[in-house]
Design a protein around this ligand. Structure first.
Ligand SMILES: [Mg+2]
Length: 109
């Protein structure tokens, strides 16, 4: 079992011990992920770019990752594979020779 699979198994065990799977439909997992991403954003609100509290940053980032993993698990997705597939697409959209050193979107390169 990979590290990611072990992590998902731990999150699942936490969820199942509390009988929370009944609440974890795809829509609500996506909503929860977005809310946690907003909580992550809030840590930067009215502060400098690098001034978020490191402990709070870890906690909110973990919340985002856990909901993302639960959503992937719900859909039977292989997290490593979908990230690798997306990286391949990103490599095609952002070839180094065009994208290096610029923050432009792919359609503006
Ligand atoms: Mg949170």
């Amino acid at each position: 079992m990979s590290d990611i699979q072990q992590l998902i198994a731990k999150i699942r065990a936490f969820r199942d011990a509390r009988d929370w799977e009944q609440f974890h439909n795809s829509k609500d997992l996506a909503v929860a992920l977005s809310i946690e991403a907003s909580e992550l954003l809030e840590l930067f609100l009215w502060k400098g770019n690098e001034d978020a509290n490191p402990d709070k940053l870890k906690n909110e980032l973990a919340d985002v990752l856990m909901y993302a993993l639960l959503l992937a698990d719900k859909h039977g997705l292989d997290v490593k594979q979908i990230v690798e597939d997306k990286m391949k697409l990103n490599n095609e959209k952002y070839p180094v020779e065009k994208a290096k050193g610029t923050a432009k979107k792919y359609n503006e390169l």
